[in-house]
Design a protein around this ligand. Structure first.
Ligand code: PHE
Length: 346
């Protein structure tokens, strides 16, 4: 028996149906109808038993099957491409639509000021230190030449954990820690941080506030160096024409001690409400490190000298940005914080 015609007819029928198919679903059905185990082409294999020239039959079978498979593959690809193009058309993204914006926060002005102060001093070669907020009496008072019965303690009455442990009343405590670690070597540091005092909270006072301590110890350090340093700080912080004035004062850990005023940047020294008519604004306490302090921390005051200063961070921020109440820094009122979003770029 010759099956050549049967294969030819079967192939023609298949190819015709394939060319007419217009969806992937139709094509899958055709694949099943002809090529699956019980498909028409596959079933043709049963006739191999009846033929003598099995090789020729096998070749015809394979050729028929191959043409149908190829035709199906090509058509399936075509249909898939068509579908993809349709899908892409449907799913086109409109890139001109405005995006979803998100709310960005901004740093509290308190931290902005700390960053500004740090930048200025790092620019002068200082490194930035940290120290404990809960500290021993020894570091907060004793090593700073404030013995137990010293009246200066009253001015810095603070919160005690026990007789010996307290919340630091100034960042000057970091001076003693840094000197202890430096073991007689020169020092040039600043340390910003929180400080605590028993205080009646009002517009200008808070039981928690912050200072930046500065400490320089080396050979031949003098009051002129201190003045030049603070003048440069004031010029960078407030305005180029800011002047600095020293008034003599008293701190147990510095000798001589000074209160430092800057010329009022608001009225340029003429007198205005900000400087209460005086033309000057007090911003910090400073002085030459007391020989006793140097000695207690292992420095020979005949060889080494140094200066120290303590700047009130909130005070500087209040002056610079015209903030009326110190408590605003801690209340986390977003309306207040948002006001400072752009300050750094100005
Ligand atoms: N610790 C002083 C204060 O809190 C400030 C100060 C620091 C003064 C360093 C002199 C030197 O008032």
């Amino acid at each position: 028996m010759d099956y050549a015609l049967d294969f030819e007819n079967l192939k023609t029928k298949c190819l015709e149906e394939i060319s007419k198919a217009s969806s992937l679903k139709d094509l899958t059905e055709l694949k099943n109808k002809y090529l699956a185990k019980k498909g028409e082409i596959s079933l043709m294999m049963n006739h191999i038993r009846e033929v003598e020239d099995k090789k020729a039959f096998g070749e015809m079978y394979n050729a028929c099957r191959k043409s149908v498979e190829e035709a199906l593959d090509i058509k399936i690809k075509e249909e898939e491409n068509k579908k993809l193009i349709e899908d892409l058309k449907k799913e086109k993204i409109d890139i001109t639509l405005p995006g979803n914006s998100y709310q960005r926060g901004s740093a509290n002005p308190f931290y902005k000021i700390i960053n500004e102060i740090e930048d200025i001093f790092v620019g002068m070669g200082y490194s930035v230190e940290t120290g404990p907020e809960v500290d021993y009496d020894k570091y907060v008072f004793e090593l700073l030449n404030i013995p137990h019965d010293h009246p200066a303690r009253d001015m810095q009455d603070t919160l005690y954990i026990d007789n010996n442990l307290l919340l630091r009343s100034h960042t000057s405590s970091v001076q003693a820690h840094v000197m202890e670690k430096a073991k007689g070597q020169p020092i040039k540091i600043i340390c910003p941080g929180k400080t605590y005092r028993r205080d009646d909270d009002d517009m200008t006072h808070s039981h928690q506030f912050a200072q930046v301590e500065g400490l320089v110890i080396d050979k031949n350090i003098n009051l002129g160096n201190l003045k030049a340093t603070l003048e440069l700080f004031a010029k960078k912080m407030f305005s180029k024409d800011t002047k600095v004035r020293f008034r003599s004062s008293f701190f147990p850990f510095t000798e001589p001690s000074v209160e430092v005023d800057i010329s009022c940047f608001n009225c340029k020294g003429k007198g205005c409400p900000l400087c209460k008519g005086s033309g000057w604004i007090e911003i910090l306490g400073a002085g030459m490190v007391h020989p006793n302090v140097l000695k207690m921390s292992g420095y020979d005051p005949e060889v080494y000298s140094g200066f120290a200063f303590g700047i009130g961070i909130e005070r500087v921020a209040m002056l610079k940005y015209g903030i009326d109440d110190i408590r605003r820094f801690y209340q986390n009122d977003l309306r207040f914080i948002k006001e400072f979003k752009k300050v750094k770029e100005d």
